[in-house]
Design a protein around this ligand. Structure first.
Ligand code: URA
Length: 428
């Protein structure tokens, strides 16, 4: 029987499993061949409601990956690795992990994205460095990897065009929340660079896209199994996102905190998650490291030197490299504990959304963002606090008492409060 969009839609609507040929037909359709937006939207909704089995998920990921350019970096840089976070608040791990692993002899290539919803994007954070360019092609990436051992850029238009189309439709049709669609979307971009292995930082908790650990576990397994089925070894680490990671949330302030981490003054939680992911990725790539080697790369200054050399080659201004200033927005507002007790709740997702409203995020694609709007975190979940103690400090562009009140409402003090684990488990 001839395959048509209509025949595929009927079968998916009725809960049947699609064949590889049908899935390729759909993905060609997402690249402009014979499917209308209405038909693509109908497929997405049917896929969310009816689900997709393992074979369909693998076939969809493969077809989306093959819809665009593939770099096969491993052909020129054997042993190159990659790391992906499912997104969180204050997550600057990629910026610390890449130079750290590079300093230990493990090259890392990463194509990153812009902020999404309540989370900040690594690409946006890096743009607070004057002059730094995130435009990478394969040749430049290989040169960077061979020279300094790291490359961070933005996914170009040639990578996974099917995902660009499907993602934009999912965004407006209520079809983002589907593990097979999320898996194929993430992997169609991640696997396009062709590294020797990838480690996923699967965030769970209030500030993560998947708040429940069971769902996080399912996505972790799906990402790892699908990557492997497409030939890329993978592992996932499930980590906590019930409070911001580190002391700072914001764009410029997170780059500043990255430099502090590389200078040996990073907060414990950021360093711990970074070390665990580094050790997992190194092992996955067949070049196991010891924690001591990572610590030495920090204390000797080797990781910081890699960061500076990398930033220089990707265009950071010399004056910034000589004196890396990253100003914060001028209106400082302390958030104080209204009573004594323990910090029992942080509305982490809401904090991210409020920072976005304060100028740190976009209302529509293409908006300019305010890199200087920031939040400094001074208390962690479970900490005992006095009345009037500073829990956090806002750095806003302008005074806005209503917004500040919303920020205050994100911190809950109770008689008791627990500190959540930082790392839950490893998958794969
Ligand atoms: N990130 C992606 O790239 N795709 C998704 O579907 C969700 C998160």
């Amino acid at each position: 029987m001839t395959i048509t969009p209509y025949s595929i839609l009927l079968r998916k609507r009725d809960g049947e499993s699609l064949t590889e040929a049908e899935i390729r037909h759909l993905v060609n359709g997402a690249c402009g061949e014979g499917w209308s937006d209405a038909q693509l939207g109908a497929f997405l909704m049917a896929a969310v409601i009816r689900g997709m089995d393992t074979e369909e998920t693998h076939a969809l990921t493969r077809a989306m990956l093959e819809s665009g350019e593939r770099w096969k970096l491993v052909d020129d840089v054997p042993g190159v690795g990659d790391k992906h976070s499912t997104g969180g608040v204050g997550d600057k791990i990629s910026l610390v992990l890449s130079p750290l692993l590079a300093a230990c002899g493990i090259p890392v290539a990463m194509l990153t994205g812009r902020g999404l919803g309540h989370t900040g994007g690594t690409a946006d954070k890096l743009e607070s460095i004057p002059g730094l360019s995130l435009e990478l092609n394969r040749q430049l990436t290989v040169e960077l990897l061979q020279d300094v051992g790291m490359a961070i850029g933005m996914a170009t238009g040639e990578i996974a065009p099917a995902d660009r189309k499907l993602y934009s439709l999912r965004d407006v049709t209520g079809t983002v929340e589907s593990l097979p669609l999320i898996t194929s979307s993430i992997l169609s971009k991640k696997l396009a660079t062709g590294t020797a292995g990838v480690v996923f930082d699967l965030k769970t908790g209030d500030g993560a896209f998947l708040t429940e650990i069971d769902e996080g576990r399912r996505l972790a397994r799906m990402l790892v199994e699908t990557s492997r089925s497409l030939g890329t070894p993978a592992k996932a680490v499930i980590t906590d996102m019930n409070q911001p990671l580190g002391r700072w949330v914001g764009h410029a302030s997170e780059v500043l905190e990255t430099l502090q981490c590389l200078d040996g003054e990073g907060p414990e939680d950021v360093m711990e998650v970074t070390y665990v992911l580094c050790l997992e990725l190194a092992q996955l790539l067949g070049k196991p490291l010891e924690r001591r080697q990572l610590e030495e790369a920090i204390t000797s200054g080797a990781a910081r030197r890699v960061f500076d050399r990398w930033a220089r080659i990707q265009g950071a201004e010399e004056s910034w490299l000589d004196d890396p200033q990253l100003p914060l927005a001028p209106v400082e507002v302390p958030i104080l504990a209204p009573r004594p007790g323990h910090l029992a709740k942080v509305a982490n997702r809401r904090l991210g959304l409020l920072l976005s409203t304060a100028g740190g995020g976009r209302k529509v694609p293409g908006d300019r963002i305010d890199h200087e709007v920031s939040l400094r975190i001074d208390a962690r979940l479970g900490d005992s606090v006095e009345e009037g103690q500073e829990l956090a400090r806002l750095y806003l562009r302008k005074e806005d008492e209503e917004l500040v009140e919303h920020f205050r409402g994100c911190f809950g003090i109770e008689d008791e409060g627990n500190s959540p684990p930082l790392i839950y488990e490893t998958v794969g």
